[in-house]
Design a protein around this ligand. Structure first.
Ligand SMILES: *[C@@H]1O[C@H](CO)[C@@H](O)[C@H](O)[C@H]1NC(C)=O
Ligand SMILES: *[C@@H]1O[C@H](CO)[C@@H](O)[C@H](O)[C@H]1NC(C)=O
Ligand SMILES: *[C@@H]1O[C@H](CO)[C@@H](O)[C@H](O)[C@H]1NC(C)=O
Ligand SMILES: *[C@@H]1O[C@H](CO)[C@@H](O)[C@H](O)[C@H]1NC(C)=O
Ligand SMILES: *[C@@H]1O[C@H](CO)[C@@H](O)[C@H](O)[C@H]1NC(C)=O
Length: 336
């Protein structure tokens, strides 16, 4: 098919696939950012390029679309293209969360309609590719999470439009080319370097070279500041220290678990000891009973021996008497 005709068909399709979504409006508390009034929604069916053309749902008392600061799209494996048009209804979006979709590529303009975005979560979606352009219109991002995807390619300039020193939390946990998150400045810088090294995607045709330059400048001034004030290796040491601190945190966690296990074994050992003492006491009791029995038997035996001896003596005495009597008889009858 001719590409132009394809594009035309695509446009027609795009226009025709308008959609009304239903919002469950509610307040939620996002960790470390605070309370947000959000639109939570599921079941956005998408064919290619769905554009949201109306929004339904009941607002909390006194709230309107202008108060909505977040969008939370719940799992929907039929969602294979990023939904467009939320920005037309909610101009103040600061948080965008989306999970369990079939979206595999972010082409770059998906977040353009959320210029105030601070908090972006795109999880569990088998996402493979992220364009360098994605954050071009969202300079206030603070939290960026791409956990549990299958990311292999990340645009080399993805972070270029952002103020790195404003980022608090960047996570690419459990992906194909990377498995890492960071919450410190050094950690985030290392993560970005690792992305460039391990998830290379050089989609360099950025229209905005200005942002590129400004960030590069910022990085170099920060670098030179560091190198001016302290010897060069101190900069590197800082990196190492952060990594060691991260290791220590991991170790502490492991240790606390080991401690728990230790406590459990101690308790078990105490139980066993108590059991052992009980058994021993029982055995001792039984033994002492047996001893007593033996003593009794021995006593009985002695008694019997005594009686036997007495009987024996009686018999001997009796025999002596009989012999004497016999003698008397033989003497008296005068047989001799
Ligand atoms: C939101 O949660 C944070 C910590 O989890 C807490 O300090 C803060 O008070 C909560 N805010 C509201 C409005 O509930
Ligand atoms: C949009 O939805 C509202 C209800 O929230 C409805 O009153 C309005 O007619 C709808 N507009 C269009 C163009 O469908
Ligand atoms: C991701 O891929 C795995 C394996 O192909 C599949 O089981 C899973 O359902 C996919 N998840 C999503 C969100 O598409
Ligand atoms: C980046 O953010 C810091 C505050 O975290 C601010 O001091 C600095 O001016 C910002 N840089 C740019 C280029 O906006
Ligand atoms: C045997 O005879 C003597 C003297 O004659 C007498 O003293 C004795 O009692 C007699 N013994 C018995 C067992 O009869």
């Amino acid at each position: 098919m001719n590409f132009k005709i394809f594009l035309l068909l695509f446009q027609i399709f795009k226009i025709s696939s308008s959609f009304t979504i239903n919002c469950n409006f509610q307040s939620i508390n996002l960790t470390s950012i605070g309370n947000f009034y959000i639109c939570q929604t599921r079941n956005i069916p998408t064919t290619s390029g769905t554009i949201i053309t109306n929004i339904t749902g009941t607002h909390e008392n006194g709230k309107s679309n202008f108060d909505v600061e977040g969008i939370d799209i719940q799992g929907n494996l039929f969602l294979s293209f990023f939904p467009r048009g939320f920005g037309n209804f909610f101009p103040n979006i600061k948080a965008f969360m989306i999970h369990y979709t079939s979206i595999t590529t972010l082409y770059g303009d998906e977040l353009d309609e959320f210029p105030k975005l601070q908090y972006f979560i795109f999880g569990q979606s088998n996402l493979t590719t992220i364009s360098s352009h994605l954050f071009e219109k969202t300079p206030n991002l603070v939290h960026i999470w791409f956990d549990w995807n299958t990311i292999e390619k990340v645009g080399h300039y993805l972070f270029t439009p952002l103020n790195i020193s404003m980022l608090q939390d960047v996570s690419f946990f459990n992906n194909i080319c990377i498995n890492r998150w960071a919450t410190s400045q050094v950690g985030i810088n290392n993560l970005i370097n690792e992305l460039r090294e391990k998830c290379p995607f050089d989609d360099e045709d950025l229209s905005t070279t200005t942002t590129l330059v400004s960030t590069t400048l910022e990085t170099t001034t920060e670098d030179s500041k560091c190198k001016e004030n302290v010897e060069e290796f101190v900069c590197e040491l800082k990196d190492v220290i952060t990594e060691v601190q991260e290791d220590i945190t991991t170790l502490k966690f492991g240790l606390s678990q080991t401690n728990d296990e230790l406590k459990k074994s101690n308790e078990r050992s105490n139980e066993l000891q108590i059991e052992f003492y009980q058994l021993r006491r029982e055995m001792e009791l039984k033994l002492s009973l047996k001893d007593k029995e033996i003593d009794d038997l021995r006593f009985e035996l002695e008694m019997n021996k005594d009686e036997f001896r007495k009987a024996n003596n009686a018999l001997l005495l009796r025999m002596e008497l009989l012999e004497e009597e016999l003698k008397n008889i033989s003497t008296n009858c005068g047989c001799n």
